[in-house]
Write a protein that binds this ligand. Sequence first.
Ligand code: NI
Length: 161
Amino acid sequence: MDILTLGNELLRQKAESVEKIDADLIKTARMMLDALEKAKGIGLAGPQIGFMKRLFVIHIEGDIPRMFINPSIIETSQDTMKYEEGCLSLPGIWADVVRPRIVKVQAWNERGRPFTLEAEGILARAILHEYDHLEGVLFIDRLSELKRKRILAKLEKQAKA
Ligand code: NI
């Protein structure tokens, strides 16, 4: 399973709702969890593998692997937090991103059951980051223009090397 990187247009497209939670979908989600483990990441969203459906997986060390199908962000805290983020689609790039500290999300799980989860800390961070992927948004979009330009210049230099 190849993880798409910056420059691939699919990363900039909005993912579509999952219409049916069936065996194929769960198989894809499980493969995403495997790819995530191999890549040593904590989250992976459908568009990152070119699967343009509203699905992401998160696996934080010490926690259970989690699948979020058709997620909605119901609520976020006013309270924000700065935290260093990376992304498997932007290898080697890390930057502090400000996001809400707490998030309430509603989604469907692998058994096709709806659930609501209130998360904070790194899980909240991962949910918001992965949710952005479903909207075609990358974490560098949430940085100041100056910081983003610096990162893009660095990536361009890497690509040429
Ligand atoms: Ni990412």
